[in-house]
Design a protein around this ligand. Structure first.
Ligand SMILES: NC(=O)c1ccc[n+]([C@@H]2O[C@H](COP(=O)([O-])OP(=O)(O)OC[C@H]3O[C@@H](n4cnc5c(N)ncnc54)[C@H](O)[C@@H]3O)[C@@H](O)[C@H]2O)c1
Length: 262
């Protein structure tokens, strides 16, 4: 066996820099906080400046390092600027977490072309654009870990979520393609697929569907582990995938859903 004497080393991200999209809220914010706790320098990239300030303040109050860079992940130039900012402020990004996202709960007939483009641009194209901006730096460094935040609906369909299912299904297969292309350059690429997780995105679904709150909560909790997820549940899996614990894991998905798809 060739393990360090101390288990802590397997989760240690000291000296690494992580760029986290969607870091102003929910899963992105929780992931950023946990990666900071593991020693990574954090750069948040999001459209929500106020939310990013809150996350950054919590990280810095906990003794961590955090910068923010206003970024719309749909915009190629903004993604390239975010990667440059990350490099200049905090060092070469060796970790990228693509957590920016939104959901449109509409079927094919309800959906407008604009709503389709919005979901695909944020959830799929945005993850590609930010990866594209960060990859050259990872390639130069000869190492990197990219975690795309997919969904249980990367693996199966869901009702009235045509654009979201298309984006998240695409994100999972893009993960595999990127892992094939960039594995030889020392870069791991994985897709973390959460089930219903208690964040503003989930509550926007309830509002869009106009479902009574109690019924919505009961449906989201209906799974073997008997509750919906927390952002911290998902952040732990993000840390796992970014850490030396996952040194030979690439091109795959990790479903974190309380057994929901079992
Ligand atoms: N909450 C769930 O139940 C759930 C389940 C499966 C997958 N997910 C996925 O997890 C990821 C994080 O979602 P969350 O639940 O934390 O939601 P959230 O709403 O709390 O966070 C999403 C973040 O993305 C940011 N964002 C939206 N559009 C953006 C853009 N154009 N550019 C940059 N940032 C943008 C928002 O400002 C926000 O901070 C999403 O990709 C979502 O699809 C969530």
């Amino acid at each position: 066996m060739n393990f360090p004497g101390n288990l802590h080393h397997l989760l240690d991200l000291s000296g690494q820099t992580a760029l986290v999209s969607g870091g102003a809220s929910g899963i992105g914010a929780a992931s950023a906080r946990l990666l900071a706790l593991a020693g990574a320098r954090i750069v948040l990239a999001d459209v929500d400046a106020e939310g990013m300030s809150d996350t950054a303040a919590r990280i810095i109050a906990g003794g961590g390092w955090c910068h923010t860079v206003p970024t719309d992940v749909r915009d190629m130039e903004a993604c390239e600027a975010a990667a440059r900012f990350c490099l200049e402020s905090s060092g070469t990004p060796s970790i990228l977490v693509n957590s920016a996202g939104l959901i449109v709960r509409q079927d094919s007939l309800e959906l407008s072309e604009e709503a389709w483009d919005l979901a695909l641009d944020v959830c799929l194209k945005g993850a590609w654009l930010l990866s594209r901006a960060v990859l050259p730096h990872m390639i130069t460094a000869g190492k990197g870990s990219i975690v795309h935040i997919g969904s249980g609906w990367s693996l199966k369909g869901g009702p009235r979520a045509v654009s979201y299912c298309a984006a998240k299904g695409g994100l999972l297969n893009m993960t595999r393609a990127m892992a094939i292309d960039h594995g030889p350059q020392g870069i791991r690429v994985n897709c973390l697929c959460p089930g219903d997780t208690d964040t503003p995105l989930l509550w926007s679904e309830q509002q869009q569907l106009g479902q009574p709150l109690a019924e919505f909560r009961a449906e989201a909790s209906h799974r073997p582990l008997g509750r919906m997820g927390t952002a911290d549940d998902i952040a732990r899996a993000v840390l796992f995938l970014c850490s030396p614990m996952a040194s030979w894991i690439s091109g795959t998905h990790l479903l974190v859903d309380g057994g929901g798809l079992a």
